[in-house]
Write a protein that binds this ligand. Structure first.
Ligand code: SF4
Length: 620
């Protein structure tokens, strides 16, 4: 059986049918379903006369009983109102974040936490990291557990963005990478067939991990913690020491499998490209599809071969640590690469069609608020950078990071609250419309931060400070229509053109009169030689995103942005622009789960991309 840490036992709906039906009927009779009406209904019908039903029980009961026992048929709008945390899937896609195992990282960045229970840079008290550890860092278990949690809370699980975090992805062995993603796809495919099937398989994986892997929390008894001010051994040295037996087990089992000495098990940490391709193909039409796949890496680990490997793995977006565009600051913080490496990496990623999600860190050792303002401006002034998405992570002081030394000797201090607020407000205003500020301040538990800012909802503070001055940042996130009802008449197509190191970019956006954004498309018009022959003469769609609550297949909600054909309008406009600029073909960096969508819009499968001929194109 799965352990309690993975899945709470489900309520026996039939045993509680009467009170559950009463709660549902009360909600459906209410003029509006909101936090208060749900609270009232739950308190009026206590469970067993003493406790209360959970919101997830009501979600399950609604799915189960809608259309029976005198209740009206299932209505996704009702489900949307009774489920928990509606904002999580408001961007149209449900994110599933999973972490790789603790493993050495080629970086030596002095600000980076060194929690040896985690992959480099993550802290075991961060919520996502905690989930990963509880699931033994196993991709199948992590994915199923997260999907299940979304499912029981009423969120759709049909369109998933798989976000793989942890250390430097490109430094993990290729076989581990293939296996990790293959197992995440297995989880999506199984869950799509039936959540119960996936849970049963997850239980088998969990039992095997408990039996044979040091990464299972029952077996990982390491209590080593590092003191950044007095590092006798590095994270890499300690991790290799602690997990020596586990790494050896992993290698031994992979050898045994490849040598045909024993059959496959879910714990092999080994899969072939063919096995990955098979799982991806199943996912193309699965009920739980991967519509985006993200990995995170360092600029100096990006080269043409790596870019194409990430693509072959199914990647569509790369999170990349820029941190600073000042070579002195990079050197002082021992980043191990310079700005030129960042420019090269971003150029390669853009040429391959990836969405570029950069991390930038103010308050690094050697910087100051004024220098950070100038650095931020360079992110968008430099055509070789210009990221699509950005995390603003002011440097935090963590005990296990080497930065402690500089704090102790007085050569580094955290910015004051006002310094940080002023700086980030300035950053918000300088962010162009084509960029999305995905995170502002990393969600590090306050107990891990020794000194400096502990507020994690800093975005709201910045937005409040701007609003007080009658201002709003122009980035994508500040303008998203979210779940609001939008009609086609409210929207117009807007085009934003800008240069990059690899050509021109066109940011097509469907916006309201107040410039709220209902959907967008990123079109690259490359100027140089293609990275692969497949892309010769092709313009590239790097992203199509349409906002609106992520509604499940067959649960269409009239008026929501995803359902008024915005995607098709954007694609057709991109095709026209590409054709007018002399491109013979239009490529798209589609995810496995969106291949069907593009096939229906005239794109044919290539080796790494899907491509549509542009018939009216002038020769190029
Ligand atoms: S490359 Fe990233 S994970 Fe590695 S040490 Fe530097 S910041 Fe940490």
């Amino acid at each position: 059986m799965p352990s309690k840490r993975h899945f709470r036992p489900e309520l026996d709906l039939e045993a509680y049918r009467e009170p559950l039906l009463t709660i549902l009927q009360t909600l459906l009779d209410a003029p509006e379903i909101n936090r208060q009406t749900i609270h009232n209904a739950l308190t009026r019908c206590p469970k067993d006369g003493v406790g209360f039903f959970r919101r997830e029980d009501i979600v399950r009961a609604y799915r189960h009983y809608a259309g029976t026992h005198g209740l009206p048929p299932f209505d996704p709008a009702v489900l949307e109102r009774i489920r928990l945390k509606p904002t999580r899937t408001v961007s149209g896609v449900t994110p599933v974040t999973i972490l790789t195992k603790p493993y050495p990282c080629p970086g030596e960045c002095i600000f980076c936490p060194s929690d040896v229970r985690m992959p480099k840079s993550y802290l075991s008290r961060e919520p996502g990291a905690m989930r990963a550890e509880q699931n033994s860092f196993d991709p199948y278990l992590q994915t199923v557990t997260r999907l299940y949690s979304y499912h029981i809370n009423g969120h759709p699980t049909d369109k998933i963005e798989l976000i793989i975090l942890g250390g430097t992805w490109s430094f993990y062995p290729e076989t581990y990478q293939i296996w990790f993603i293959r197992r995440a796809f297995d989880a999506l495919n199984d869950f799509g067939q039936s959540p119960e099937l996936a849970r049963a398989r997850a239980a088998e994986v969990e039992a095997a991990l408990r039996e044979g892997s040091q990464l299972h929390p029952d077996n990982n008894t390491s209590s080593v913690s590092l003191d950044g001010a007095d590092l006798e051994r590095t994270y890499n040295q300690v991790v290799q020491d602690i997990y020596r037996a586990e790494m050896e087990r992993s290698r031994r089992e992979a050898r045994a499998v490849t040598g045909g000495l024993r059959p496959r098990t879910p714990l092999d940490e080994f899969a072939t490209w063919a096995e990955l391709a098979e799982a991806q193909q199943i996912n193309e039409t699965a009920a739980c599809r991967c519509v985006g796949l993200v990995v995170e890496t360092r600029p100096d680990h990006i080269d043409p071969e790596e870019v194409l490997r990430i693509r072959r793995l199914g990647g569509t977006k790369v999170q990349i640590g820029i941190q600073s565009l000042n070579d002195d600051v990079l050197r002082l913080n021992r980043r191990g690469h310079d700005v030129a490496a960042t420019r090269r990496a971003i150029g390669l990623l853009r040429a391959a069609g990836f969405k570029i999600h950069a991390h930038w860190m103010p308050n690094l050792y050697g910087s100051d608020p004024e220098a950070d303002r100038a650095d931020y401006a360079r992110l968008f002034a430099d055509p070789a950078i210009r990221p699509d998405e950005l995390k603003l992570y002011p440097c935090s002081l963590i005990e296990s990071a080497e930065l402690m030394r500089h704090y102790r000797d007085g050569s580094w201090r955290p910015y004051t609250h006002d310094e940080l607020l002023d700086l980030l407000a300035e950053c918000f205003l300088q962010t162009p419309e084509y960029c999305r500020l995905t995170r502002v301040v990393r969600d590090i538990p306050s107990t891990d931060i020794l000194t400096g800012n502990r507020i994690t909802n800093f975005r709201e503070l910045v937005e409040g400070a701007l609003a007080a001055r009658g201002l709003r940042g122009p980035d994508i996130r500040a303008r998203e229509v979210r779940g609001r009802q939008i009609g086609p008449d409210d929207l117009r197509l807007d085009e934003l053109w800008y240069d990059t190191s690899t050509g021109q970019e066109v940011f097509l956006q469907q916006i309201t009169a107040a410039r709220e954004i209902a959907g967008f498309l990123r079109l690259s018009l490359p100027a140089g030689d293609p990275l692969v022959d497949e892309l010769a003469g092709a313009a590239m769609i790097r992203e199509v995103h349409v906002y609106g609550q992520s509604v499940g297949i067959g649960e269409s909600m009239p008026g929501k942005a995803q359902h008024i054909g915005l995607g098709t309008t954007l694609i057709e406009r991109a095709a026209t622009i590409a054709s007018e600029h002399g491109y013979a073909r239009l490529a798209v960096i589609s995810s496995v789960g969106t291949r069907e969508y593009y096939r229906r819009r005239g794109f044919a499968d290539g080796a790494l991309y899907q491509i549509r001929p542009l018939t009216q194109a002038a020769p190029r």
